[in-house]
Ligand binder design. Structure first.
Ligand SMILES: NC(=O)c1ccc[n+]([C@@H]2O[C@H](COP(=O)([O-])OP(=O)(O)OC[C@H]3O[C@@H](n4cnc5c(N)ncnc54)[C@H](O)[C@@H]3O)[C@@H](O)[C@H]2O)c1
Length: 339
C-alpha cells in the first residue's frame, strides 16, 4: 500500500510534536510539506524532521496535488477557515482542538467537510491515552456495573502566558474542553446540563484579561450520571490528571503518571518524584496513537475515531459552562444550542 502523503499547517508546539511523531513513529506516512507564517518555524521544522518543503502560505499545502491529508496545527482562530478550504481542495483533515470558538463557524466548517466527503478527525488525544482507554473499557464491558458518578481532576502545572490567555478563548474552551470530551467519552452519554463555580485564584492578570483560572463544574448526563470537573491553572507539584468513576458493581480510578516508580524512605518522610510535568510528557503515547488512527482511517476508508461532531459538542459544553459561571445558575446545553 502507498504511504499517505501529508502536509502540516502550523509548526508551533503541537505542529512540531505531530511532525516528529509522523516522521519518526508513524508507518505508512510521507510528510511532504510544512507551512507556517513564521518562515523560521517552517524551515526549522522541515530541517529537523527532513520534510522536503517549507512554506509560509498554507495554501501551498492545499494546492499540492500530491498531498492527500492535512494536519491543521495553527492557532485556534485559523482552524475553521482552513477546514473549509482543505475540504474544498479534497484533502482529508486532522484538526487540533478546538475547531472554532463559535458554533456558526464550526457548523460552516463541518458542512464543507460533509459536502466534500472527506474525513475529519479532531485532536482529542486523551481518548488514546492507555489510562483513559482502560477506564472506557471498564465502563463499556460493565466491569463496575451501572455508572452513577464521575470525577475528573485536570490541573495544569502553571498558567500559560497572558498573551496566550487573551487569544485562547478562555479556560473552558481552551483547557476544560479536553475534560468535556473525556466526560462524554468515558461515560458514553451526553451531558445535558452544567453548573459552574469558578474564580481567579492563581493570577489576577488572568482575571484582568477576562478569564478565570480555577473552576469546579458539575455535570448532569442524559443517562442520569452526575459528575464534576475540577480545574486549576496551577498545581505546583506538576500536571495533575486523574479520573474516578463509581458504579453499582465497583469503582475505577486512574493516578498520575510518573517518570519513575522509586520511593525514597528516610528518617523524615516517605516520598517520590513529582508526576510528569505537562501534556507533551504525560500524553506522549496518545499523540502517537491518535495519528496512527487517523492514518488508518484514511488509508482503509474507515470513519475517524473522533469525528467533527465530537469536536463540536465540547465547544457547546464550554459555552454553557461560561454562561453558567456568568449567570450563576445551572445551564442546559440546549439553551446554548438554540441561541
Ligand atoms: N491536543 C492538544 O493536546 C493540544 C496541545 C497544544 C495545543 N493544541 C492546539 O493546537 C493549536 C496550536 O497550539 P500551539 O500550542 O502549537 O500554538 P503555537 O503558538 O505554539 O503554534 C501555532 C503556530 O501556528 C502558526 N500560524 C498561525 N497562523 C498561521 C497561518 N495562517 N498559517 C500557518 N501557520 C500559522 C504560528 O506561527 C505558530 O507557529 C491550538 O489550536 C491549540 O488549542 C492542542
Amino acid at each position: 500500500m502507498q504511504p499517505l502523503s501529508i502536509g502540516i499547517i502550523g509548526a508551533g508546539r503541537i505542529g512540531r510534536l505531530h511532525a516528529e511523531n509522523l516522521t519518526l513513529r508513524t508507518p505508512r506516512t510521507n510528510v511532504l510539506m510544512v507551512a507556517d507564517v513564521s518562515e523560521d518555524a517552517a524551515r526549522d521544522c522541515a530541517r529537523r524532521y527532513r520534510i522536503q518543503h517549507a512554506v509560509t502560505d498554507y495554501r501551498a499545502v492545499l494546492e499540492s496535488p500530491e498531498i492527500e491529508a492535512v494536519l491543521i496545527c495553527s492557532s485556534t482562530d485559523t482552524h475553521a477557515r482552513m477546514i473549509e478550504e482543505a475540504a474544498e481542495a479534497g484533502k482529508h483533515i486532522f484538526c487540533e482542538k478546538p475547531i472554532a470558538l463559535s458554533l456558526p463557524a464550526i457548523d460552516q466548517a463541518l458542512a464543507a467537510v460533509d459536502r466534500a466527503g472527506v474525513k475529519l478527525q479532531t485532536g482529542f488525544n486523551r481518548r488514546f491515552d492507555p489510562n483513559y482507554r482502560r477506564v472506557r473499557q471498564a465502563v463499556e464491558q460493565g466491569e463496575i456495573g451501572q455508572i452513577s458518578i464521575i470525577h475528573i481532576v485536570s490541573r495544569d502545572p502553571a498558567p500559560p502566558s497572558i498573551e496566550y490567555v487573551k487569544v485562547s478563548g478562555g479556560m473552558f474552551l481552551d483547557m476544560t474542553i479536553h475534560d468535556f470530551d473525556m466526560a462524554r467519552f468515558l461515560v458514553g452519554s451526553e451531558v445535558e446540563e452544567v453548573f459552574t463555580a469558578a474564580g481567579v485564584m492563581v493570577d489576577p492578570a488572568i482575571g484582568e484579561a477576562g478569564d478565570v483560572d480555577t473552576a469546579v463544574i458539575m455535570l448532569r448526563f442524559a443517562n442520569g450520571v452526575i459528575g464534576t470537573i475540577d480545574n486549576s491553572r496551577r498545581a505546583v507539584y506538576g500536571y495533575d490528571q486523574r479520573v474516578e468513576l463509581l458504579g453499582s458493581a465497583g469503582a475505577i480510578k486512574t493516578e498520575n503518571n510518573y517518570p519513575n516508580s522509586a520511593v525514597v524512605s528516610n528518617g523524615l518522610s516517605v516520598h517520590r518524584d513529582l508526576p510528569l510535568n505537562f501534556f507533551i510528557e504525560r500524553y506522549t503515547d496518545s499523540y502517537v496513537a491518535e495519528l496512527a488512527a487517523f492514518v488508518d482511517a484514511v488509508l482503509h476508508d474507515k470513519p475517524t475515531p473522533v469525528s467533527g461532531q465530537d469536536g463540536r459538542t465540547p465547544v457547546v459544553m464550554g459555552l454553557a459552562a461560561g454562561k453558567s459561571y456568568r449567570e450563576n445558575r445551572p445551564v442546559r446545553l440546549s439553551e446554548v444550542e438554540h441561541g
